[in-house]
Ligand binder design. Sequence first.
Ligand SMILES: Nc1ncnc2c1ncn2[C@@H]1O[C@H](COP(=O)(O)OP(=O)(O)O)[C@@H](O)[C@H]1O
Ligand SMILES: [Mg+2]
Length: 243
Amino acid sequence: MIKVEHVSKHFIHTHALNDVSLNIEKGEIVSLIGPSGSGKSTLLRCIHGLEKPESGKVYLEGEEMDPSNEEKFRTQRKKMGFVFQHFNLFPNMTVLENCTLAQKEVISRSQEEAEEIALQYLDRVGLKEKKDEYPNKLSGGQKQRVAIARALCMNPEIMLFDEPTSALDPEMIKEVLEVMTDLAKEGMTMIVVTHEMGFARKVGSRVVFLDHGEIIEDADSESFFANPQSERAKDFLSKVFYQ
Ligand SMILES: Nc1ncnc2c1ncn2[C@@H]1O[C@H](COP(=O)(O)OP(=O)(O)O)[C@@H](O)[C@H]1O
Ligand SMILES: [Mg+2]
């Protein structure tokens, strides 16, 4: 479904990604893990087309994502839902409006249809009754569940998450991980940047471990956690708490 081929990306003083290649099949739940600054967000952003790699290519369903082919690029990006660490909800819109806006503007759904779909996904994340609230009335966990519902309203074929629970108080992490676990069980293809090793181990099917902009290990989650191969992954795992 996603193919990353020899992708490199520099910023002024850093080599954020160095010749990264990766294949992701439909239905896989890939946990992207690694130390801070290892390039996880940059890789996710390159996949989503938010960041342009300076060399290498990204393919979606076998077709190259090329920003110069604007219309096709837009269509490709619509197939990917992105969930951010800080939710990025529009503060001046209600929960329902947050969930209908892109449906109307980007995929030209009618108000009625957009609302129907929004309510269906808000119900799935347990927040239908909050539809008329503004985001500042919600807890962090609720905001993130709205952000997930909003992404799902666009019927993505793949969902990308960048540390979706890192900004949350501990008691709210679980409710968000539960929503993500349900999605995984339904067969959604997911790439998840996370420090939640329990989630990566139990829900994830595969782990990609990055360090200094390179993929150090790429293994099914059971083998990665039971038997990490590299010193860097062993060292990383010894420093993070998980069960
Ligand atoms: N927009 C940017 N401008 C300059 N440097 C950046 C930018 N984005 C990321 N970097 C640098 O690239 C490296 C990888 O960053 P990032 O992908 O955010 O890592 P991670 O998500 O694993 O913490 C870091 O050294 C970071 O400082
Ligand atoms: Mg990051």
